[in-house]
Design a protein around this ligand. Sequence first.
Ligand code: ARG
Length: 457
Amino acid sequence: MTLWSGRFSSPMAASLWDLSESYSFDHILYAHDVVGSKAHVRGLEHAGLLTSEECEALLVTLDAIAQEFADGSFVRHEGDEDIHMAIERRATELAGATGSKLHTARSRNDQVATTLRLFTRDAVTTVARDLIDLVNALRELGSRYPGAYLPGYTHLQRAQPVLLGHHLSAHGWSLLRDVDRLLDTRERLNVSPLGAGALAGTSLPIDPAFTAELLGFREAFANSIDAVSDRDFVAETLFDIALVGIHLSRMGEELVLWTSSEFGFATLGDDYTTGSSMLPQKKNSDVAELARAKSGRLVGNLTGLLVTLKGLPLSYNRDLQEDKEPLFDSLEQVFLMIAALRGTYGSMTFHSDAAQRAADDPNLVAVDIAERLVEGGVPFRQAHEQVGQLVGEAARRNITLAQAVAQNDQFRSFAELFAPGASLRARTTPGGSGPAAQPEQADRLQAAIDLATSRLI
Ligand code: ARG
């Protein structure tokens, strides 16, 4: 028997039960549901709908139920359709007639919206915190190899030398924007739906602003229909997480490349690599491949929910119950991805010699030569053309650009530009990849991390 069986003459068909029950996945909301219910109980007392003794009894009961969940002793009963009904059923068992007053002036529609906002508010904060830890792991790796550099790529072709710290900070900035986005989402979702009832409010004298404040929400809903019917905050969270996944997938792809024999820029710790069941020599970067792959699943969860929400009439529809599994899954996966990548960067050995050898490729000096010509008064387009011809000639003659420069009267004076690291040191503009440009960038990154951290609480 369910808590709403009064109107019905026959029990629910088993196949409908299986389709519609959500306890099997939404029981993880128990702590937030109890927090929401406790505020609701206080609100009922405030409205004169519960005596202070009844209020106290219900608060104690709700805490006891939360404890049962926490220690694993809570027993689901037949008829516990979702976490909300399970808790109310148990409250009535424990507190008798007082328990049956718990759902006064409330619907599961405003209840589930409240619970899910409370849950998501905490969850996005945790993802943001984990991401800041990952940014710090990237910074830590950079500072383990001060002065190390590698080729920077465009089109995955060697382009210009960049400091390792500069390169890793590029990922850091993406992730910090993800943190910002998650915390901005938290701002928008921080509105209480409690008191909206099924969709239209209630004739009983409750005060949504009172419970909103108890729950630490910025304010109570303005419109009861909107309060129970929109899951834009879940979609937004799924988007934020999907974008985190996209960023992590790019990092994963880079790790796959760096740890290949062809690049040889990095080795991951044995504790962050996997072997092959057949090939004894293999040391695989599965961690990076899984980080890359799981982003697809995160995008899928977002897409799935958006399609579920599309075209839903106002206000609550049972379709909305389908918001939970994608949300829970994306959170679970992104936590796994962040934790594993963080450990991976911590375990990494960067092979500065191989990376620097690649970055000292003479061709990467081409633009420096053109820029020196510009300093001598040659218009850039002409300088580009002249150096391009020299690069082409070197390729045809199968010699390096450095050799071609040394053999050419017009260019011979530029030979010192080919000294290891000279091109890197020449990149002095703000935000650029050279050593002189780093202190200011490090300060800006630190300031962004401090700001993000201050927003976490
Ligand atoms: N388990 C439901 C959900 O997740 C709770 C709300 C049910 N409301 C209803 N009118 N059937 O959306």
